[in-house]
Design a binder for this molecule. Structure first.
Ligand SMILES: [Zn+2]
Length: 659
């Protein structure tokens, strides 16, 4: 089948920033759209200097990179490159996508070389980058092909299993790592190797080539970004071709149907994200890339429509996406069981990548709200405080305390009771590592009006607005408190606007310099002088959240949140003898005590008979009310095995008591 490729850009009407190209040229951004509403400010130009994310990033630099590398070495996934270089491919270790874990560590190193706060960490990252990159480059074939699983003596032929082989997926991660290096340090042997990989992919699959797609999207965003970084349009055309081909039944239907691969409906016609969650989100991110760079408003609108439907009907309170363990997929609408929640860490990261692209394209802060939700409640919850343990699946309800992790062995399954050091399929730890390393690139943007701060962290931001240098310092201990102070460090010849996101959860309670302000954006326009300070106060007081009645699995329950943080109850915090499953909470407002969110609750004795009755369950209370002390979800399982739940059953009102 022959497809038409989107015509090259009528310029998007939303493009407003004359200085976009200049901003981008001097800054290292993870995503560099040609069009769209906002221009990202890159790693290095945004420095996160203190607070929550600085701490997480320091652990990522100091522990996670070394930790991941040692597992890659231990399991022979790195040696796969050495064996391929030596022509000894028959002994390969690991799954078909193992190469990609090395590429994600290389990408993390590339970002850290430019963005780690500690100069020592930058040097360490550079050394690690050099050693890993050299081993990868050595494995490249003379024609540019590079994969340790296919094409060698005793191995399957190249591209003989596009549905499951992950060849193009791996190539995509290699290219992404190279783009990070190109933007942070410039061209080198690894970057040139990635050009040759991309050229090889384009020669086989580009316009006029094989009408096929990879079972796991990733090559699409990679080629789109390489086109942006190099100006080579062939990469963008091939990315666009892959996006347009999908949904036309080119892959053999999986056990889980064509929707698993998003090969059931073309991207332009789909109404909601479905199938394998990470695949769906990576594909959508690529569709935004293609849409924005070609001025294809219809394609962009299609992705926004799918995002909106997915957020409204297929997203957990934590921002987690993907309900089903069996095929790591989105479930049906409102199929959001807490105890069966899959919510893979990679899907959380992919949702952030998609939401960021939609934010840049549209300028709408609701996408930054979604990013914040997943950043605190998926990414930060997945990675242990030690940076050496990880959740792959992020359940919202663990019925029993499970001690199933051996820190010296990869966990065999994606679901674990504690954070595991590594997994047989270990996509999530390395994905977290590259995301945290690139995090400064997801904080702030600029346009012709001024600077927009989307995520709050103590940081320094430097950019250019209409030719004026703008430096500012953000001071905050968010999300512990909601006070965000922005101090301008440059004098402006003419007015510009400082825009601060008012999170959806804060609307109605936010203040700007003491004056109530409504969201989604608090904006100050002024010819700022150095030393001017603007203070945004966000109400990070505990609040209850009620689920839509259509989410059957959690009907009749409430959850607590504080600012962006989802709270949960762990059995370790219950009074002696109380069981998590017996706890119901009373309909009283939550309060904050010694930094912990506290509800009131009772335990109710369980029936010893069939647990179904003719009358609604108004069991008599079996305990005196007690304090139900919660912990942020991102800290769950940090104190050892514990039963845990986010959604807490609400005590059924007693009709006699209210009569
Ligand atoms: Zn993963």
């Amino acid at each position: 089948m022959s497809l038409e490729y989107p015509k090259q850009a009528k310029a998007l009407s939303r493009v407003s920033e004359r200085s976009m190209a200049m901003v981008r040229a001097r800054e290292a951004v993870p995503v560099a759209p040609v069009g769209g509403r906002l221009a990202p400010i890159g790693v290095g130009a945004v420095e996160i200097t203190g607070g929550f994310w600085a701490e997480r990033r320091a652990v990522n630099s100091a522990s996670t990179l070394e930790h991941c590398t040692s597992w890659l070495e231990e399991l022979g996934w790195l040696a796969n490159f050495d064996r391929a270089a030596a022509g000894q491919r028959s002994e390969r270790s690991g799954r078909e996508f193992a190469d990609s874990e090395t590429y994600k560590v290389i990408e993390a190193c590339a970002w850290d070389v430019a963005g780690a706060a500690d100069p020592q960490a930058r040097e360490t990252a550079e050394r690690l980058y050099q050693s890993l990159a050299a081993r990868v480059v050595a494995a490249q074939q003379p024609d540019g092909y590079l994969n340790t699983r296919f094409g060698g003596a005793g191995q399957p032929e190249r591209y003989s299993d596009l549905a499951w082989g992950h060849e193009l997926y791996c190539a995509g991660h290699l290219i992404q790592a190279a783009v990070a290096r190109l933007r942070t340090a410039g061209e080198d042997a690894f970057v040139r190797a990635a050009y040759r990989v991309a050229d090889h992919v384009c020669s086989v699959f580009g316009p006029g080539g094989a009408e096929q797609v990879c079972g796991h999207p990733e090559i699409e965003t990679a080629l789109a970004e390489l086109a942006r970084a190099t100006g080579v349009d062939r990469y963008r055309q091939t990315a666009a071709a892959f996006v347009e081909r999908r949904g036309r039944g080119l892959l053999p239907p999986s056990l889980f149907g064509s929707a698993y691969f998003q090969d059931d409906v073309p991207v332009r016609e789909a109404t909601v994200l479905r199938g394998h969650a990470v695949r769906a989100l990576y594909l959508s991110a690529a569709a935004v890339d293609v849409a924005v760079d070609t001025g294809d408003d219809d394609l962009l609108a299609a992705v926004v429509r799918q995002w909106d439907a997915t957020l409204a009907r297929r997203t957990y309170l934590t921002g987690g996406m993907g309900s089903r363990l069996m095929d790591e997929s989105f479930g049906d609408d409102y199929e959001l069981p807490s105890d069966g929640a899959y919510a893979e860490t990679c899907a959380g990261i992919a949702s952030i990548m998609l939401a960021w692209r939609l934010l840049l394209a549209t300028g709408e802060e609701r996408f930054a709200d979604a990013m914040e939700r997943a950043m605190y409640n998926i990414v930060a919850a997945s990675v242990g405080r030690d940076g050496r343990s990880f959740f792959y699946a992020n359940t919202l309800h663990r019925r029993v305390a499970v001690d199933d992790v051996d820190p010296s062995t990869p966990h065999p399954r994606s679901v674990s009771g504690l954070r595991a050091p590594w997994f047989d399929v270990s996509c999530c730890p390395t994905n977290s590592a590259r995301f945290l390393a690139s995090l400064p690139g997801y904080v702030a943007t600029a346009d012709g009006d001024g600077v927009q701060i989307h995520q709050y962290a103590t940081s320094r931001v430097r950019t250019v607005v209409r030719g004026m240098n703008v430096d500012l310092d953000v001071e905050t201990d968010y999300p512990v408190s909601g006070r965000v102070a922005v101090t301008i460090r440059t004098d402006a010849a003419e007015p510009w606007s400082l825009s601060l996101r008012v999170p959806e959860w804060a609307d109605g309670g936010a203040r700007l310099d003491g004056v109530p302000v409504v969201g989604p954006v608090a904006r100050v326009t002024r010819a700022f002088s150095s030393g001017d300070t603007v203070v945004l106060d966000l109400p990070v007081v505990p609040r209850l959240v009620h689920p839509d009645h259509r989410i059957d699995a959690v009907r009749g329950t409430v959850a607590a949140m504080r600012g962006p943080l989802v709270e949960c109850l762990e059995s370790i915090d219950l009074p002696p003898g109380a069981r998590l499953e017996d706890v119901v909470v009373l309909p009283e407002p939550p309060r904050l005590e010694a930094g912990r969110v506290v509800l009131r609750g009772v335990t109710v004795e369980a029936s010893q008979q069939l647990p179904y009755r003719r009358e609604p369950d108004r069991s008599s209370r079996s305990s005196e009310p007690f304090d139900v002390v919660l912990v942020p979800y991102l800290e769950h399982a940090e104190r050892g095995p514990s039963a845990m739940r986010v959604w807490l059953p609400l005590a059924t009102p007693d009709p006699e008591a209210t009569a």
